[in-house]
Design a protein. Structure first.
Lengths: 199, 391
């Protein structure tokens, strides 16, 4: 919304004076799972950027010195998940976050060693990761269910020809229509050589 | 009044808004009796079309009854008249209108300066669409102000239900123009990509115009069923190779006429790698539209054939095989529909029962359920193909 409004301001687009104005807003087509997906998308972008620009802070806080490149790669992955979660393909973004959470947990678990002086930080990070994973998983499932094509009845439209007199009677029924001169095309190949007509 | 209002990506709400008023002598205000959600509304829903503002009223498939009139109407349009409102607003006086190119009317776009910058030259004003096309409030509402009403609306007779007439506002003339501009011959195979509402109307139009074979391509079983019911041979692209099947159906020559009823939001599937590439570029804002169907049509179309594009494109596309298109000598015809050019003739065909466009309606709901129905339509839930809303 913010960037749309900014674009409108920059391009001097405004609504005209007499156009209807919103007096009271009603419920949105966007539901709770959609709103949560947006929030998680922005969270992904923030975390991903942090991992990209300040990996050393993360590795030193967790006693994982030397793993800066890996953290940057995870940052890029996080940004990709964030962008997807903010797009209309939000389900893909949310499930990619769940997969990413598993990778993060597996990686942080390697730092949960008795000889790691930052073991306490690692434990906190793991707890946070598990919490975020739970939220991601719940939202991914909720969003997938909400937007699934399987929702509702399966109906048959075999009787929906649209032709009150049937398809056979409809074939060529509008041949009285004369194509306007500006919309005519080349003569059909069949008109110049019957042997080249469609099989 | 109540109206469906755009608040951002995937955020449509049924809001209470101020009532429209007559602003110009050629205006009328109509009380909306029926309106529909169009496939191109989904491009706005997804925020793929630029220059929307939060608070814009949606909708461009509308009909109703005239309840207020301006003082400068140039015909006998009067209160109580029953009218269908085409999505294109037309002045009826400019050079483009005079030659029947109503969708590029030179006067009706009140934000002409924006369209001039983005498109090079202005196009017609449209209801419930981007501010590039005037930002006119749309008809998914209880009331609608219609500018240039005396040349824009189509008066319709009493005694025919709304459901049979409503689609004169857009999808029926759009499908018709898609077929007409393909100049269909009795020996033609016409391949139609997309079996959504416009695709369904295009199929019926091609059948009425006498194509030898009409082939419909989609992957949604219920849409394919409806296409088959209308006389098309169907191809489910999840199950068959489109190019191979089309070549099989045409003795290896390819269809003479190819029609794109999809537009900028082609289906994305790993089985069609170019669609994944397009989606990735779209997310990175390096491309605005996904032109898989255009590529496939150019490749499979018979040399010397014609490509008709009623599907909406919004901006930039990438990797179009222009070499193939040029060397095969293909003709391209496209554009927003010149609705007023076709409505009178199509109304006659409805009255004569050549066609009943209401076949495409799968869902009817009150306007207040509009936000929910946007989601049902977008997610293709409950076998949804076309939604009509009743204010």
């Amino acid at each position: 919304m913010t960037n749309i409004a900014s674009f409108a301001r920059l391009s001097h687009i405004t609504r005209s004076e007499g156009d209807p104005k919103v007096l009271q807003s009603g419920p949105s087509s966007s539901g709770v799972p959609d709103g949560l997906a947006r929030a998680l998308g922005w969270f992904s972008l923030g975390l991903g950027l942090t991992e990209l620009v300040a990996p050393r802070r993360i590795t030193s806080a967790l006693g994982m010195d030397g793993k800066e490149t890996l953290v940057r790669v995870y940052g890029a992955r996080e940004i990709a998940s964030g962008v997807l979660s903010l797009s209309v393909d939000k389900n893909l973004g949310l499930w990619s976050r769940v997969a990413g959470d598993s990778l993060d947990i597996a990686t942080v678990l390697t730092a949960l060693r008795s000889d790691n002086p930052k073991r306490g930080n690692v434990a906190v990070a793991l707890a946070l990761l598990l919490g975020v994973t739970a939220i991601d998983l719940i939202d991914a499932q909720a969003s997938t269910a909400r937007h699934s094509r399987a929702v509702g009845r399966k109906r048959s439209y075999r009787d929906r020809s649209g032709f009150p007199r049937g398809v056979q009677a409809a074939r060529g029924a509008a041949r009285d229509f004369k194509t306007p001169a500006d919309l005519r095309h080349a003569p059909a190949l069949a008109a110049v050589s019957p042997s080249t007509s469609a099989a | 009044m109540r109206a469906l209002v755009w608040h951002g990506k995937e955020d449509i709400r049924c809001d209470t808004v101020s009532d429209p008023e007559i602003e110009d002598g050629r205006d009328v205000v109509i009380k909306v009796t029926s309106c529909a959600i169009c496939g191109s509304d989904l491009h706005l829903f997804h925020n793929f079309i630029p220059a929307m503002l939060p608070g814009d009223v949606m909708g461009h498939e509308t009909m109703g009854e005239v309840v207020e009139t301006g003082r400068g109407l140039k015909n006998k349009l009067k209160k109580g008249d029953r009218v269908v409102v085409p999505f294109t607003i037309v002045c009826g006086e400019c050079d483009q209108c005079k030659r029947g190119y109503f969708s590029v009317c030179q006067k009706s776009n009140r934000k002409k300066h924006l369209a001039d910058k983005v498109f090079g030259h202005t196009t017609a004003g449209l209801f419930g669409y981007t501010h590039l096309t005037g930002g006119y409030p749309g008809g998914q509402a209880e009331y609608l102000r219609v500018p240039y009403a005396d040349t824009t609306v189509q008066r319709v007779p009493e005694g025919i239900p709304d459901e049979k007439l409503l689609f004169l506002s857009d999808i029926f003339p759009t499908g018709w123009q898609a077929a007409v501009q393909a100049d269909i011959q009795p020996t033609d195979t016409v391949a139609i990509w997309g079996c959504g509402p416009v695709g369904q109307m295009t199929i019926r139009s091609a059948v009425l115009l006498g194509a030898e074979q009409v082939v419909a391509i989609d992957n949604i079983p219920e849409r394919l069923e409806m296409a088959e019911a209308g006389g098309a041979i169907t191809i489910n692209f999840d199950e068959e190779n489109v190019v191979e099947r089309l070549n099989d159906l045409t003795g290896g020559e390819g269809p003479e006429k190819c029609i794109d009823c999809i537009g900028m939001e082609s289906h994305v599937s790993p089985s069609m790698p170019d669609t994944v590439y397009d989606r990735a570029k779209q997310i990175l804002l390096a491309e605005s539209d996904r032109p898989h169907v255009l590529r496939e049509m150019i490749y499979v179309c018979r040399p010397g054939g014609l490509i008709s594009i009623p599907g909406v494109y919004g901006g930039l596309v990438d990797k179009i095989p222009m070499g193939a298109a040029m060397n095969k000598g293909l003709t391209f015809r496209m554009g927003q529909t010149h609705v007023q050019r076709w409505t009178a003739d199509l109304l006659r065909r409805i009255e004569e029962e050549q066609i009943d466009p209401s076949f495409v309606i799968t869902h009817e709901a009150p306007l207040t359920k509009g936000p929910e129905m946007y989601r049902t339509f977008r997610d293709k839930q409950d076998s949804c193909i076309k939604v009509v809303l009743k204010p």
